[in-house]
Ligand binder design. Structure first.
Ligand code: FE2
Length: 181
């Protein structure tokens, strides 16, 4: 690859993190806990910035068990695109390109990282007790998730999880747009 000279000019822009609690999450979570505990019996942990057990990042290609969750995430993307960016669903669609399940044990954590070049990233919390570590965005924005919470953010935003005090089960996903613009 030919390397060229380029210049970089930093600009500041506010990026937002969106959080909602999924309707009727209890049944969904009970199902996903069973699925993930089963996966833990057969899948060795993948290695990444997440220093806890987690699957390889393309689990959506291997099982349909997360399809309902993916559809909930897609609805959230279309809602935010419409309300915040005036982009109707008919004009731009998305697909889930990465999905990985995680189970943190006491003391486990995630190093600061981002999901660039994903258009939208999501974390869905399946089993979280109240006195757990938060997820921290750009070192300053602290979110304490509850079970059933879905967090959506631009893939460029850095985030980390300090060592947690309890078990925590979550799923992370990345979405890319498939059509214009
Ligand atoms: Fe992440």
């Amino acid at each position: 690859m030919k390397h060229t000279t380029y210049h970089k000019q930093s600009i500041q822009k506010q990026l937002d993190v969106y959080t909602k609690t999924v309707d009727d999450y209890e049944l969904l979570n009970a199902h996903l806990i069973t699925v993930i505990n089963q996966l833990r019996k057969t899948k060795k942990s993948f290695t990444s910035n997440v220093k806890a057990w987690h699957t390889f990042p393309h689990l959506q290609t291997e099982t349909k068990e997360f399809d309902r969750l993916i559809n909930i995430c897609l609805d959230f993307i279309y809602e935010i695109n419409e309300k915040e960016f005036h982009l109707p669903k008919e004009d731009i669609q998305y697909e889930c390109v990465n999905l990985w399940a995680m189970k943190y044990s006491k003391g486990e954590y995630a190093l600061k990282h981002n999901h660039h070049p994903a258009d939208w990233s999501m974390v869905y919390y399946i089993d979280v007790v109240s006195d757990q570590s938060p997820i921290v965005f750009e070192d300053v924005n602290v979110v304490y998730p509850k079970s059933g919470d879905l967090i959506m953010f631009n893939g460029m935003i850095d985030h980390d999880v300090p060592p947690t005090t309890n078990e925590r089960i979550a799923v992370s996903m990345n979405f890319m747009h498939t059509g214009a613009p």
